[in-house]
Ligand binder design. Structure first.
Ligand code: UDP
Ligand code: MG
Length: 323
């Protein structure tokens, strides 16, 4: 039987929260009286997460599990969830209960009203550092300036998508994924519900600064080539500066006849130009690296074990029909 709802929960070292997460999800979903499945994606956890999910799976056949062979990252874990989701509507939610499961109810109502994508918009973030709040707020606004598609601000991956959006997502093969951007890119009828982002139930964030920077890079380079244009602008700017400076030097030599042995200015200019060259090379390198990753054509993730997943429900990328 096809489930009405598939709830995708990515897990990375979440032994402290996974049981509570399951309980809260079930408490929210059972009263709805509609068939659902909870799809845990274990993203290479090194703690007891998998063990706990296996126990839950044994007791409850609505719970399914995909286990990655190693840590592939949050965005890839979500993508694997989309690849294996069976429901008519698919919801992505964090395991740590920062996205309250109860907020899924208004999302479902919106879906029933005919919306294809319902994302959760955080009107308030509890228990997160000011550093995370500020960098996140700045990042979303910067991203919107850099890209040509409108990616809503202050919105995470907590959202409901209709099956048809999910089937299209499966056909986007890129390796560096910024899932919320991809969903915006797809279009469809989108709306949002507001919610308050809670404190993490237990454990600590699995998004250290390193992963945040990676996500930011993936987001910008997936949806914009504006950083490459920086080279052109900087080149133009500095050449103009060079020409003006040359005029000043000529003036000093010919009119004032006061040229000093100007090695300080030479060094300064040298440093600026090598700095700019390296920066631009780095940006170009980022894009070339990404092209290389795509060209290799490796699978997005490697699954080492599943529970409750049947091959027939696993529609791979090369399927062509959209329901
Ligand atoms: N996560 C994952 N793989 C990772 C990092 C995180 O699957 O490499 C999962 C994590 O278990 C959680 C969700 O992604 O369910 C969001 O992570 P977290 O709550 O640590 O991020 P934050 O809320 O601090 O941004
Ligand atoms: Mg969290």
């Amino acid at each position: 039987m096809q489930a009405t709802y598939t709830i995708i929960v990515p897990l990375f070292n979440e032994e402290e929260v996974v049981q509570e997460c399951y309980q809260r999800l079930v408490n929210t979903l059972v009263p709805l009286n509609e068939p659902f499945e909870i799809l845990f994606v274990n993203d290479g956890s090194k703690d007891r997460t998998a063990e706990i999910v296996h126990q839950i799976c044994q007791k409850d056949s609505c719970v399914k599990l995909i286990e990655f062979a190693r840590n592939f990252g949050h965005q890839i874990a979500i993508s694997a969830g989309f690849d294996h989701a069976n429901g008519k509507a698919v919801i992505v939610i964090d395991a740590d209960l920062q996205d309250p499961p109860e907020a899924m109810i208004p999302m479902m109502e919106r879906w029933k009203q005919g919306y294809d994508v319902v994302y959760g918009k955080r009107i308030h973030r509890k228990g997160e550092t000011w550093f995370k709040k500020i960098t996140a707020a700045l990042f979303y606004r910067f991203l919107n300036r850099m890209t040509n598609i409108q990616i809503p601000v202050d919105v995470g991956d907590f959202r409901l998508i209709d099956r048809k959006v999910c089937l299209y997502l499966r056909r986007l093969p890129e390796k560096h994924r910024y899932v919320r951007g991809l969903i915006s890119w797809l279009g469809f009828k989108q709306t949002y519900v507001e919610y308050i982002r809670e404190k993490r139930f237990a454990g600590e964030t699995k998004y250290p600064l390193r992963k945040m920077i990676k996500l930011a890079f993936d987001a910008i380079t997936s949806f914009s080539i504006k950083p490459l244009r920086l080279a052109t602008f900087m080149g133009a700017f500095f050449s103009l500066g060079g020409v003006i400076y040359l005029a000043i030097v000529f003036w000093q030599t010919l009119v004032q006849q006061s040229t000093v042995p100007g090695w300080a200015s030479l060094i300064a200019i040298n440093l600026i130009f090598s700095g700019v060259t390296l920066l631009i090379l780095g940006i170009i390198g980022e894009y070339v690296g990404r092209i290389y990753e795509e060209v290799k054509g490796r699978p997005l993730y490697v699954i080492c074990n599943t529970v409750g997943i049947h091959e027939s429900t696993t529609i791979t990328k090369d399927h062509t029909s959209i329901e």
